[in-house]
Ligand binder design. Structure first.
Ligand code: GLN
Length: 436
């Protein structure tokens, strides 16, 4: 298998059930390296877990192999999912198959690159603040961030539990939806999972025949909301490409209407307080005693702990510091509580918008793929690139990135966000974008 793009950290096989039938039987799947695979090392892109071999597989991996898909490897990622370019990986950056001098996006950059380069039929990523949608957009493939609670997180190494979901990446909307059909649904090992059919008002979003059947391209009569805030400040070439795709949806019978989501102006700030706060707590377990690499320090625990934590890269350390600070006594009210208020405001803004529209369209990323190295020295610039993706995580909503076309020869992704558990509508609308 070609590895020119450095899409994989580990190439190893977990065979799918040879007797399975269904759309994923015989397919190959690339799995992000923060999703546990029994017997196959799972590094999270970190020196800290460079030798960690999980004793069990994540529920999503079990479901895929039961459905006949064969895991072909573990994909490169920003360390612990912290990044937008796959450059914070301890295993070197992944290159974008659309332009090898550019990043594939992140943090699931290896998964998107593997699919874009034909090294796997489908892939799994995890999306805490955009990490499935961003690399899908940058690599010119499709990525779905499911509603919070639709897909089990059992076996996903946590970055920020309250925000993240595992989601599929594939070459087409239908293929991504087929993968979602396999991994979705309640799991006794993850108490946050729900059966949408049992959630009041959400049952309409689950087609009897599965999500893939919703990829029928039929947008006749669909109302598409276009929020001004998610276009303001975006690269003009991205805006033009996305606007042309939305105009095409009108030609196909959809109605578009301008809407306003004032709260999303604060989404990135709220996201980074909540995500780093949760991360600082989640990453405390990598102390060399309970989990992870252990430094050798003659029995002095404080020294050993400090040296052990050197195995984290700069971005991870920055976030542990930020999160610890935001949660500390005296600052909790100033930062964390305000971020939670903003999160609630974002949730309500979307709820109000969905009283009038079926789906909300915007650029997935406000920028074209960065050149390798371009954003590494400027973390704030990298954080701001998450402006359009983080709102769906804060509001727990389903979202998809689908290729809208190209600008200067580079892929541009269009994002569609839908009401809670209504993945069918975002899949339907995305398949119309793809069919143009
Ligand atoms: N870029 C965002 C971050 O660095 C999103 C990451 C993710 O979704 N895992 O936190």
């Amino acid at each position: 298998m070609a590895t020119d793009y450095n899409a994989f950290i580990t190439e190893d096989t977990i065979e799918g059930d040879p007797d399975a039938s269904g759309p994923l039987a015989g397919a190959t799947v690339a799995v992000k390296d923060n999703i546990s695979t029994a017997g196959v090392r799972t590094t999270c892109g970190s020196e800290m877990l460079a030798d960690y071999v999980p004793p069990y597989s994540a529920t999503v991996v079990e479901r895929l192999t039961d459905a006949g898909a064969t895991v072909v490897g573990k994909t490169n990622m920003d360390e612990f999912g912290m990044g937008t370019t796959t450059e914070t990986s301890a295993f070197g950056p992944t290159r974008n198959p659309a332009d090898p001098e550019r990043v594939p996006g992140g943090s699931s950059g290896g998964s998107a690159a593997a699919v874009a380069a034909g090294e796997a039929d489908v892939a799994l990523g995890s999306d805490t603040g955009g990490s499935v949608r961003c690399p899908a957009a940058f690599c010119g493939v499709v990525g779905i961030k499911p509603t919070y609670g639709l897909v089990s997180r059992y076996g996903l190494v946590a970055y920020a539990n309250s925000l993240e979901q595992i989601g599929p990446i594939a070459g087409t909307v239908e293929r991504a939806a087929e993968t979602l059909d396999v991994i979705a649904g309640p799991d006794p090992n993850d108490g946050t999972t729900r059966d949408p059919r049992e959630v009041d008002g959400a049952d309409a979003g689950v087609p009897e025949s599965g999500y893939a059947a919703a990829a029928d391209g039929d947008v006749d009569g669909l109302t598409v909301g276009v929020p001004t805030e998610l276009f303001d400040g975006a690269d003009e070439r991205v805006v033009e490409t996305v606007e042309a795709a939305i105009a095409d949806l009108e030609v196909q019978g959809a109605e578009t209407t301008e809407i306003s989501l004032p709260s999303v102006e604060h989404a990135v700030q709220a996201y980074y307080v909540i995500a780093t706060g949760e991360a600082s707590s989640n990453l405390a377990r990598f102390d060399g005693v309970r989990y992870g690499h252990r430094a050798d320090s003659d029995g002095n625990w404080n020294e050993s702990f400090a040296e052990t934590r050197e195995a984290f890269g700069a971005e991870v350390k920055r976030r542990i510091l930020l999160g610890t600070y935001a949660l500390s006594a005296g600052y909790h009210d100033k930062y964390y509580r305000k971020a939670q208020d903003a999160r609630e405001w974002v949730r309500r803004d979307f709820e109000d918008a969905f009283a009038d529209v079926d789906v909300i369209a915007s650029p997935t990323m406000p920028v074209l793929p960065f050149e390798l190295g371009e954003s590494l020295d400027d973390p704030l610039r990298m954080y701001l690139a998450d402006a359009n993706t983080t709102p769906a995580n804060l509001a727990n909503l389903p979202a998809i990135s689908v290729p809208a076309g190209e600008a200067d020869g580079l892929p541009v992704g269009l994002q569609l966000v839908g009401p809670k558990f209504d993945e069918a509508t975002v899949i339907r609308a995305a398949s119309a974008v793809e069919d143009r």
